[in-house]
Ligand binder design. Structure first.
Ligand code: PLP
Length: 384
């Protein structure tokens, strides 16, 4: 475990890797935006990929029974969720499944209920398909970001409503919904007969002693109306390899999803399948060490932010800090951070321009450097 933690401390030069994260901003800016960590992936994944590359033949490839079993064991052991292999749909990414779900399970003009601020594709998927976005505000309750349930009910009750797009754990804000919270949302979905698309891509990044509960695992009715979307990409830092999966228990929903997907969405790449298999089969020790490291990064960041006028609610999951910068009175917070030498995500992209999102999935020394740059800029501007 110690060796693994030391590996997280290693600063890796990604400047020559065509990395999206590292090419967006000028070289002297620390990029802390997109949900992509600056860590080496687990050795078991690298070994599996090397071995597969050595095979030298890269034709069309389907998901192996080993991958299906590894996913089933993962869901069973972590979430006590028993999933049939036939209910899995293998995908090259999760975002395409969000957009596809909206198009398959609703029609033009229908309403899609989305608690936000949220990862921007949950807003974009309805709007791009000419659906009406029925936004529910996330608000701070006892230090956690949760949807305003009165607004949630009115949005669901809107006669145009057809679907709820949920992000659990929530990005940004890091809320891990409790069973009681999920049950209240499910009660609305049942009452108003809505399909639920639950984006659970961050479910293996829980930093506190709380349990992630897949929405579909709540009860049979939830299972029947839910498309669950998951992936190893955020957890094991393999987003560039392109693999995600959906769990769709309802045969009619699965058929409709697969029919629309055919010919439009390609199969996952051979290397994505290889990496996903190794991740779920052999990534556990690395994963545990990662969670400890991220938790320490979160605590380090929270302590430094607490010394500034900025605010950050306690983050239960993810490595994406949602920082309230309203007290700074800045016209353009994203620009301010950029000028300080830190490339964060603009809160505006998620639905609140008074916030920024900072990715702390990086070596501690880089996080420390970023915080020092931000504090120096605040001091220089007389804001601290
Ligand atoms: C909530 C959420 N869903 C989906 C994605 C992206 O998924 P993919 O890269 O598999 O399309 C992200 C990436 O940041 C995310 O945060």
């Amino acid at each position: 475990m110690d060796d693994i933690s030391q590996a997280f401390d290693r600063v890796i030069d990604r400047s020559q890797m065509s990395s999206d994260k590292w090419s967006k901003y000028p070289k002297d800016v620390l990029p802390m935006w997109v949900a992509d960590m600056d860590f080496d992936s687990p050795p078991s994944i690298k070994m599996a990929l090397n071995q597969r590359v050595e095979d030298g033949v890269f034709g069309y490839t389907h998901p192996s029974s080993a991958l299906v079993s590894a996913i089933q064991s993962h869901l069973q052991s972590r979430y006590h969720w028993s999933v049939s292999g036939g209910h899995l749909v293998h995908l090259p990414g999760l975002v395409c499944a969000l957009h596809l779900s909206v198009r398959v399970f609703s029609s033009e003009g229908d309403g899609i209920v989305v608690p936000g601020p949220v990862y921007y594709h949950l807003n974009k998927a309805p709007l791009a398909a000419k659906r009406q976005l029925l936004r529910v505000n996330m608000c701070l309750e006892e230090g956690r970001w949760v949807p305003d349930m009165a607004q949630f009910e009115s949005a669901c009750a809107d006669p145009k409503s057809k679907m709820i797009l949920l992000c659990n754990p929530h990005n940004p804000g890091g809320t891990v919904y409790t069973k009681a919270e999920l049950s209240r949302i499910h009660a609305l979905a049942e009452k108003y007969d809505l399909v639920v698309v639950s984006d659970e891509i961050h479910c293996d990044l829980i930093l506190d002693d709380v349990l992630h509960i897949p929405f579909a695992s709540l009860n049979q009715d939830a299972a029947n109306r839910t498309i669950t979307l998951m992936a190893p990409s955020k957890t094991f830092n393999i987003a560039g390899l392109g693999y995600a999966f959906a769990v769709i228990e309802n045969a009619a929903l699965r058929q409709a999803f697969n029919d629309e997907k055919a010919g439009l969405i390609p199969s996952p790449s051979m290397l994505g399948l290889t990496a996903a298999t190794a991740a779920y089969q052999e990534g556990q020790t690395w994963h545990q060490a990662l969670l400890i490291y991220l938790k320490e990064n979160r605590d380090f960041l929270a302590a430094r932010i607490a010394k500034t006028p900025m605010k950050m609610a306690h983050l239960e999951a993810t490595y994406l800090a949602w920082i309230d910068v309203s007290a700074l009175g800045l016209k353009d917070p994203h620009r301010f951070f950029l000028d300080a030498g830190v490339g964060v995500s603009d809160g505006k992209d998620f639905g609140n321009e008074k916030f920024v999102r900072l990715n702390f999935g990086c070596p501690r020394s880089v996080l420390e450097d970023a915080m020092t740059r931000i504090e120096n800029a605040l001091i220089t501007q007389g804001l601290m």
